[in-house]
Design a protein around this ligand. Sequence first.
Ligand code: NAI
Length: 933
Amino acid sequence: MIGIVSYGGYIPRLRLDRMSIVQNIGWLAPAIVMVAQGERSFCNWDEDSVTMAVAAARDCLSGTDKKKVDALYLASTTLPFADRLNAGIVATALNLREDILTADFTSSLKAGTSAMVAAMEAIKSGEKKQVLVTASDRREAKAASFYEMWFGDGAAAILLGDEDVIAEFRGAHSVSYDFVDHYRGTHERFDYTWEERWARDAGYTKIIPEAINGLLAKLAISMNEVDKVVYPCFFKREHASIAKAIGATPDKVVDNLHEACGETGAAHPLVMLVRALEEAQAGQRIIVAGFGQGCDALYFRVTENIRRLPPRIGIKGCLADEGKKTIDNYLKFLKSRDLIETETGIRAEAPSQTAMTVLWRKRKMILGLVGGRCKKCGTPQYPKMDICVNPACGAVGEQEDYEFADVPAKIKSFTGDMLAVSVDPPAIYGMVQFEGGGRLMADFTDCGLDDIRVGLPVKMSFRKHATDKERGFTGYFWKAVPLAGAAKEEKQEPEKAAMPELRFDGKVAIVTGAGGGLGRVYALELAQRGARVVVNDFGGARDGSGESSTRPADAVVEEIVAAGGTALANYDSVAAPDGGERIVQAALAQYGRVDILINNAGILRDKSFANLTPDMWQAVLAVHLQGAYNVTRPAFAAMKERGSGRIVMTTSAAGLFGNFGQSNYSAAKMGIVGLMNTLKLEGEKYNIKVNTVAPLATTRLTQDVLPPDFLDKLKPEFIAPVVLYFCSEACADSGLIVNAGGGFFSRAAMVSGPGLTLGDGQRAPTPEEIHQNWARIDSLQGAHEFPNANDALMAMLAPPSPIPNTQSADKETRASGQGDKETHANGQGDSVQAVFERMPGTFQADKAAGVDVVFQFRISGRGGDWYAVVKDKTCKVEAGVHPKPTTTLKMADEDFLKLTAGQLPAMQAYTSGKLKIEGDLMKSQLVTKLFKF
Ligand code: NAI
């Protein structure tokens, strides 16, 4: 069986947000905005087609034996040398065998697929066993052209062979025409392009289907026997119509990656093929076609071996967030491509001629990063020399070749040099230490000074070293690149280390219900961090019934003492007032103080409300709500006397949000929040902080409610950190509720919406007015918290300046809440919310025939998220975020109001960057057509 053995990909780290092109030069060619979706990839200043081909090939060869490669074909239309075999540079950088065939495939965008066809033929004939095809392109386009928007830089590599095949080659078909939709003359930088309509109608949509249909006919199969089709075409509509012409349903067509990186020239059919292989299942059949003065089409069938292919970066890895850096600095993009001339100073004039004699003699060392390793002591060194660097060895003439390119390495030292000549100052260089030995003074690339630090892992990357413009020569060498994400991780480490340990030495803590579940873990961890703990537990059944037992509390005290801590058991019930007194008294009597109280004891008596009996109601309220009061009362007094204290309450999602069958429990748990809300105010001047945790953990209370799979994920240990934080001096907050479970922490809060005032203050509004204004009363858009009831009342009674009611012409209404902060930039006293509420009334149904679109508006400041769904000539406007918007419009509140008031033209907002658009740009323009604001 012959076919694909392995694949690899490389998309440069840098991406340019296409909108930044529009924003910088869209004034010259506004139409480019039509294709400004997403981002395009572009090479760093030290990358070209050769370096990208090396990167993709290294990815492809990972986990394979590169000594088996019999030929290397490099495909590109942007090769740095017209007469010096570029594939030869790649082969030397990869340290392939020297008795292989190397060849450049060039001058057409189908060079990549043509190289694959040639490789398959060589393997089929038995002449070669393995051929590595690597395709790469870094095409230039004129500023403000569609091609600048469409193009991206990138590379892919496919290893073809006759063993361990992951996708079997079934056949190929080519057509060849001297169809010149564009060309690039020798010595020209940019393509000359003919009329696009002709390229689309006579080229793409005719020639690609001809090759693919020809292949199907040749193999006597139909499109039913194809699962994925790859054919680059940056014209969106034609990409779809080609599918129709070959009978492929949209789900079979592989995305052309326009939004992710752009079209990578001769590499693109292979880049898209790699993307398809990354998702492919055994048995799937893939057609890949490359277009350019004709078209090649190849047919593959994925085999079971695909599962055994070792993990690689691939195109997927390069497109992942971690593998990229998106910038919106259009000038930097131009400079990195040498499209603008800038001052470099006389240092840049230093001679840069390469001595070909030295390059030949040291080719392995320079291009292949090959050093030496001592055969006697095994010490690696770079460069390779006659004498071993190990002082304890010093063997002479014992060095064997040792490849450093793939050896893991770390930064030993580095500097940023603002004086050195650099396209991207500062020039960063330093010492790299290889694992197992060997050091190299290297330049660093694809990073800024903030991204690196001593000890950070780096990988070696083949890059342009110097360009001798006078003689037209590009010199290559290896540079160090920090591993993606490593700096971020490292940065977090020191912060973690610098954070002082939260200790409770000398403090006394009371934990109620600490004989099991969450309370036990709180008690153990507080004791472990130095606190003396009163372990309270009544020891009854889950529903609070049964005899009291000393066993649970005693067992936890034993655990604490065995671990070297200090603790005291208490068996009182929190449900009784004197029980609470005795618990606090025990702490005062034994340890003389109370610094921390965790109200945690709890029981459950679940029943739907209709079946809930008064004793079930009473019992649950007695333990949770009364219990919290009973213990807090004496503890608060002791804390007040000392002038400090920390109290943690325990609420529940059932109380905060409701839960079927838990009306008693929900009421009690929400009562506890009310208790906290007032204690936070009364405790303030005594430095008593009161906070509440809403846990989710597997304990006796939840063991039969939560699925067993969650047992490990929801251990009480995941709740303790936030509870201990609340107990510590480090916590300066009071009155907060935090949801906690499985390592997730978030704040929950009571909020009020901005609302509105109805009527004139003399006459009570009517229920009809409530009905009419319900959307605004109901809305939480722009909602906020109040620190206390007073502030909430003031906001209600002293609303801001009146805003005319935009919904009813005859009644004057005023916006309320925090309306003083509302934006009324449009001179009509309008708010963003009012504009959206009015929006359905401004809808031009007669202009909406056949329109099916979701506009998402994300308005910053006092705006919020709103979306409008237009379908079947109707319009619905809602607050919030739509899961699948067609187009997203982002603006500041003031600009939005100016725009809707006609004071800011949409195009001006867009080109000045005040309006940002994501998703379908064309559809976004429908807003002004469909709504008369
Ligand atoms: P648990 O049943 O393991 O622990 C509760 C402890 O309180 C038991 O050891 C029990 O003997 C003790 N207790 C019961 N009545 C008492 C009384 N009158 N006086 C003294 N001690 C008494 O349950 P878990 O899950 O550890 O519950 C701790 C707290 O967390 C409770 O307030 C519960 O409502 C709350 N909670 C727990 C959630 C979870 O997912 N586990 C969810 C939401 C809230």
